[in-house]
Write a protein that binds this ligand. Sequence first.
Ligand SMILES: CC(C)(COP(=O)(O)OP(=O)(O)OC[C@H]1O[C@@H](n2cnc3c(N)ncnc32)[C@H](O)[C@@H]1OP(=O)(O)O)[C@@H](O)C(=O)NCCC(=O)NCCS
Length: 192
Amino acid sequence: MAFLQTIRNLLLPFASREDVPVVPAPMTAYSVRPLTETDLDEVLRLNLRCFVNGENYTKHTFNYLLTQPNALCYQIATAERAMAGFICVLVAENGAAHVTTIGVAPEHRRRGLAEKLLTHVDTALFEKGVGSIMLEVRVSNRAAQQLYLSCGFSIVQRLSSYYNNGEDGFLMVKAVDGGGEARTRNDRPERG
Ligand SMILES: CC(C)(COP(=O)(O)OP(=O)(O)OC[C@H]1O[C@@H](n2cnc3c(N)ncnc32)[C@H](O)[C@@H]1OP(=O)(O)O)[C@@H](O)C(=O)NCCC(=O)NCCS
């Protein structure tokens, strides 16, 4: 298996390698900003680093998301304006919102950035009068499930063979509350 991993790493961009130890980034002041077409290349690179098992979206998909009038896309950036995380949400015609992707760079994780992005989205949806937000997550992705549970999502359904490799998913849903639930957690002192 180690041999296979070595071959795989030779074929992957350096940033996607799984055995490279993560050195936490220096602490910085983060801010949530719009994610636009001008950020396409940067978000593609970060998306490759976040989704290392071929689950990453293509340039075509990101281009679609960043140009949809019914999409809400944000990034969380360092003080130097480097992208540390991103989120894209689509609002369907029936008014239901759907998180299509969320990722945080490995060196910026466990600092509450994904929570901040979800809170920001929740607030924006609240202002638009959207009532609920949903997403799918792999049953094996415990980190993401913990994140969503901590932000007030509940698992409402198991989706059999939902993913391309046959893995099941969970459908998770929460009522939009203006970011209230997650904001309570984000009121804690800055984590580093
Ligand atoms: C999932 C992901 C977005 C979380 O980003 P993050 O910025 O590190 O998350 P946060 O710091 O906001 O975490 C908030 C809470 O979520 C839970 N959580 C986050 N990562 C976790 C982990 N690796 N293990 C267990 N719980 C975790 C914790 O409850 C955490 O609070 P705590 O740090 O006080 O314990 C990030 O790990 C990632 O980009 N993963 C790869 C892409 C991915 O899986 N996206 C989701 C697809 S459905």
